[in-house]
Design a protein around this ligand. Structure first.
Ligand code: 13P
Ligand code: SF4
Length: 312
């Protein structure tokens, strides 16, 4: 973008942010933003975080309204954990393809075939799937959750890559669903090797939603928050980042003197980027779209999320 257009865009964003601050007060609202959101959304958020931290914040807030800037399953989890709050999202088309890769009929059939297994579900899933689940997890606590489960057999849905990573930390038999994240799964060994050759002093930090052979190359493997913390505390000055591009906002904020190279230009989740400041303003003005979860589904799904929040 040329200088004039950039300046105009910055001015427009300033005005939208002012309007958001005003509307937040009027509505007694808080904004929760995932680390994969656009920078300007992360700038106006009350809390930025990964899926786990944002679920915790939703469960704890005193606000009347939660504006969830992320993807649909995140807003749904917030509504399940805070049923008396109004949860709105900037754009209801912001879904998660991985969450859509598992369906209730398939999961029920698998449960029938393995009647002694407990179901552990990645939070990247629908409320209906969570309602068929014993305990949820996020990438931040998946290993702890698996180790906390009192069963020798586990049905794991929907992320096969995270499932493979977690299976290395347990002797339990894992029956793993074939889902994956379209964005993280795109990263190949070739991409990483090329980046490593270009930046020989950089460490490779990687999210476990990536393919197992890519995760294997990691100097550090962890959730979005864990990656941010690791890079902040590390003595290393340069990193190749194997997770979604939006994470760069917090990485650079926390460590302005360090250099971050994203492992490929394709590590962008288009669903996360559907949200923008204009839509945040609009949803606060209209209080639409709101997240609704049928009470009988929400009640069951809540149990699986609350069990996760209790795992220490
Ligand atoms: P975390 O927020 O747990 O790091 O998960 C990444 C992700 O893909 C969220 O959709
Ligand atoms: Fe879903 Fe992957 Fe996007 Fe996360 S990054 S919302 S898992 S598609």
């Amino acid at each position: 973008m040329e200088a004039l257009a950039l300046e105009r865009k910055a001015e427009q964003n300033r005005e939208l942010k002012e309007r958001i601050v005003q509307l937040k007060k009027e509505r007694n609202a808080i904004i929760l933003a995932h680390y994969y959101q656009r920078d300007e959304i992360q700038e106006v958020a009350d809390f930025r975080g990964d899926s786990f931290l944002l679920a915790q914040k939703a469960a704890q807030t005193d606000a009347d309204v939660i504006v969830f800037c992320g993807v649909h399953f995140m807003g749904e989890s917030a509504k399940i954990l805070a049923p008396n709050k109004t949860v709105i999202i900037p754009d209801e088309r912001a879904g998660c393809p991985m969450a859509d890769m598992v369906n209730v009929e398939g999961l029920k059939a698998l449960k029938k075939r393995h009647p002694n297994a407990k179901v552990v579900t990645y939070i990247n899933s629908s409320a209906e799937i969570k309602a068929e689940t014993d305990i949820c997890c996020t990438s931040a606590n998946a290993v702890k959750v698996i180790q906390s489960v009192d069963a020798d057999e586990i049905i794991w849905v929907p992320d096969k890559n995270l499932g493979d990573y977690v299976s290395k930390f347990t002797d339990k038999k894992m029956i793993i669903w074939e889902g994956y994240c379209n964005t993280h799964d795109m990263l190949t060994v070739k991409d990483v090797m090329e980046m490593k050759a270009q930046h020989p002093n950089a460490q490779f930090v990687v999210h476990p939603e990536c393919r197992p052979e890519v995760v294997k190359l990691g100097d550090f493997v962890g959730s979005t928050t864990a990656i941010i913390k690791y890079c902040k505390e590390s003595d290393c000055r340069e990193f190749i980042v194997g997770t979604e591009d939006g994470t760069g906002f917090q990485l650079r904020k926390d460590s302005p003197d360090k250099t971050f190279h994203f492992a490929t230009k394709f590590l962008v989740c288009p669903n996360m980027k559907v949200n923008n400041l204009k839509k945040v303003v609009k949803c606060l003005e209209t209080m639409q779209p709101q997240i609704y979860v049928p009470p009988q589904v929400a009640e069951k799904a809540r149990l699986s999320l609350e069990r996760m929040l209790q795992v220490k």
